[in-house]
Ligand binder design. Structure first.
Ligand SMILES: *[C@@H]1O[C@H](CO)[C@@H](O)[C@H](O)[C@H]1NC(C)=O
Ligand SMILES: *[C@@H]1O[C@H](CO)[C@@H](O)[C@H](O)[C@H]1NC(C)=O
Ligand SMILES: *[C@@H]1O[C@H](CO)[C@@H](O)[C@H](O)[C@H]1NC(C)=O
Length: 509
């Protein structure tokens, strides 16, 4: 053999050595799967103590991964929470407030904001989003995921209750959706990229479509050895709950439980696909939810567990969420009490992928150390903005370490019906000076405001909280409100754009 060996010229040898260095030293960057449930409370999963939810796959992620006890979203409603998740910035900066986008909204997440997908794209990532977008649609679909760094999108551009649903089937064989949903707008479209595939969407088949889309995306990326980012903001468990034949009637918790079970089954399918394609060990799966439970739906809504109130409020139940990080071989199974947020996901993915951070004021911090070393959080504080943030009031509450100070409290329609009147809409905006102060470690339910009397330590703490608040608010530049740009019914997505009379004529199979 030796005699036949061709002697490499020095240049060829150098190229060969560089090639070896590149292929052996740079293990391919990790894949990311980001799961985002909708209106799911702190107490809704089996692994967070719900007695009758059936969530075996999420429970498996929790058992073999890291479960957070102190993880926050940034808003007690959908669109702003999603804006922060994808940009690592409070929604006040991007202008995704007050409230949420509607089918005919003129605005959207501004295109000059940098999403996680856009952070990863330059490194050669394949990117896909499926499920509920809710960050705008706009003129000619200008705010759809495909304009924000995602190669492909399969899903509904907003909430699946934002169109008449009284005649739609939510459970087999033909159980109509509960309630009427929004009237006088087009029925709910299912889109692929910027094309309407179906209107109204078939709820019984929707989860299967997502699961197949995810399987194809992961399989294709794995085959090409291309790193990928899959973002799955689910419709589950938002009102009106729905589920196909694989989940309907299988939970012990009624429509909410069936909807959650269907989501969990998709998580199971994702895990199998990652395993079968051999990429599970190089994939970080992160699960959390957009805001607290919609208590006004009563037993059809979610549950905040031991936390106070739910959706629409800045109490813990509105914004503290279940969260799980799973990465076999890298993340040591356990529970962490470190403070973390959806804001921190962009910097963390960027760090793990070796991507550049966008050159903007970020509110997120890298939480790699919490994930891989069970280390301390770099996050000092968490700010709580209401559904309608304003320069005048600023943040409603601030958490520093284990303490939370409420400067303002207010109930919300979304949190009606539980016995606690503080959660209800009759509890109007109330300023607190000095702020209501809670120790969330000894009183996570925010039941017992601390008395400052004879407590110089707490007086000093309040001064520190005040200083953190002022320093932060000095950096807060409110972006122009995208939602105040209003609604133009002509922008509602219609599969037969020229038909009359609108909106009811917009129907396609
Ligand atoms: C995006 O553009 C708007 C309008 O020009 C500007 O006010 C805002 O600061 C920009 N945002 C970013 C993140 O660059
Ligand atoms: C629902 O069905 C009823 C009865 O068939 C019909 O009169 C009504 O127009 C339908 N409503 C919508 C929103 O499609
Ligand atoms: C994945 O990682 C786990 C835990 O470190 C290990 O037991 C397993 O063999 C790995 N699987 C593959 C396919 O590398």
């Amino acid at each position: 053999m030796g005699t036949n060996q061709v002697e490499m010229c020095p240049v060829a040898r150098l190229i060969f050595v560089v090639y070896l260095l590149v292929t052996t030293c740079s293990a391919s960057p990790p894949n990311f799967v980001l799961l985002f449930a909708d209106d799911l409370g702190f107490g809704d999963l089996g692994c967070y103590g719900h007695p009758t939810s059936i969530t075996p796959n999420l429970d498996r992620l929790a058992a073999d991964g890291l479960r957070f006890t102190d993880f926050y979203c940034t808003s007690p409603v959908c669109s702003p929470s999603r804006a922060s998740l994808l940009t690592g910035r409070y929604q006040t900066r991007s202008g995704v407030y007050p409230g949420v986008f509607y089918p005919g909204s003129r605005g959207g997440l501004p295109l000059n904001e940098t999403t996680i997908a856009e952070v990863l794209k330059p490194l050669g990532y394949a990117t896909a989003a499926m499920g509920k977008w809710h960050l705008g649609l706009g003129q000619n679909g200008m705010y759809l995921p495909t304009r924000q760094g995602f190669d492909h999108f399969l899903g509904v551009p907003y909430s699946h209750d934002m169109g008449p649903c009284q005649n739609l089937t939510c459970f087999p064989p033909d159980i109509k959706c509960f309630g009427h949903c929004d009237q006088d707008v087009v029925t709910i479209p299912l889109m692929y990229d910027d094309i309407i595939k179906q209107q109204p969407v078939d709820f019984l088949d929707l989860e299967r479509a997502y699961s197949d889309f995810a399987t194809d995306f992961i399989t294709m990326s794995a085959k090409k050895k291309q790193p990928f980012f899959l973002y799955y903001p689910s419709h589950h468990t938002h009102y009106p709950q729905f589920a196909g034949p694989g989940a309907a009637g299988w939970s012990r918790r009624g429509p909410f439980g069936d909807s959650l079970l269907e989501f969990d089954s998709t998580v199971g399918n994702l895990l199998s696909t990652l395993e079968n394609t051999g990429v599970l060990n190089n994939t970080l799966i992160l699960f959390t939810a957009d805001n607290g439970p919609e208590l006004m739906r009563m037993s059809r809504g979610g549950n905040a567990g031991l936390l106070k109130c739910g959706k629409g409020t800045t109490y813990e139940g509105g914004m503290r969420e279940p969260a799980i990080a799973y990465w076999p071989g890298i993340i040591t199974p356990g529970v962490t009490h470190e403070l973390a947020s959806t804001l921190d996901i962009l910097p963390t993915f960027a760090k793990l992928a070796g991507a550049k951070l966008p050159m903007v004021q970020l509110d997120g911090v890298d939480m790699t150390d919490i994930l891989v070393n069970q280390g301390p959080s770099k996050r000092e504080a968490m700010m709580f903005y209401p559904t309608d943030p304003s320069v005048r009031y600023g943040m409603f509450a601030l958490r520093l370490g284990k303490y939370k100070a409420h400067f303002y409290t207010r109930g919300a329609g979304h949190s009606e019906t539980t016995p606690d009147h503080d959660c209800h809409i009759i509890s109007i905006l109330t300023p607190h000076d000095p702020p209501l102060l809670f120790d969330l470690e000894s009183d996570p339910s925010e039941n017992y405001p601390l008395s400052l009397q004879g407590r110089p330590d707490l007086q000093a703490l309040l001064q520190k909280i005040q200083a953190v608040r002022e320093k932060f608010e000095a950096t807060m530049e409110f972006g122009e409100s995208q939602i105040d740009k209003g609604i133009d019914p002509n922008l509602e997505p219609c599969c037969t754009p020229q038909c009359t009379p609108k909106p009811s004529c917009c129907q396609c199979d």
